[in-house]
Design a protein around this ligand. Sequence first.
Ligand code: DX5
Ligand code: ZN
Length: 222
Amino acid sequence: MIIISPSFLSADFGRLYEETESMAQCGADWFHLDVMDGRFVPNISFGVPVIKALRKHSDKTFDVHLMIDEPIRYIDDFRHAGADIITVHTEACSDVQKTIDKIKSCGCVPSLSVKPGTPVEDTFKYLDQVGMVLIMTVEPGFGGQSFMEDMMPKVKLLREEINRRGLEVNVQVDGGISAETIASAAGAGANAFVAGSAIFGAENRGEYISGLRRAAEAAFRG
Ligand code: DX5
Ligand code: ZN
């Protein structure tokens, strides 16, 4: 299934409620919420109180991407704020297994992410325990960067491993996804797509999301 998850990092933070309404109307499947701590990545975004406030206005799946050190410390808080899927970085966890267990015990779907320099194989031993693996297609920290085409072999390898083992795991890509780049990621085997600047900056967001979906469906190789 193709999933389009707009990244609210590119939303107008002064009008977040209206932005959730806009994205729901425009056909977003999930809401991608990027949490940054200024330590794991060199930027600070928003955290628990903002997600909690948005939850009051939306029943969409909240796809929460934690770019924070030792995320295990905050899993309960994000769960209570309304997270559905919680993505943590393997590089940020001193104990990946414990972090997955914690996310599961809260009732959220665990997901693992790797930065561009981290081999995707680092996620393989957890594949049967997660709902998603996120392959970063930019260095995490900022929106509006260029898509790294050279991450596509990692996407392919991951999809092949999931298929070989007969698992149902979403393969997500995040960073530089647009109408120009989505087909390449879908062709490599990604089925879940985060896009921030491209969607929020589009003249017609609804048409843009439909266009992304059509392009991904046409190119997807699962
Ligand atoms: C980057 C974030 C992304 C970001 C993507 O660290 O994880 O979700 O918002 O932004 P675009 O789509 O503009 O590259
Ligand atoms: Zn993200």
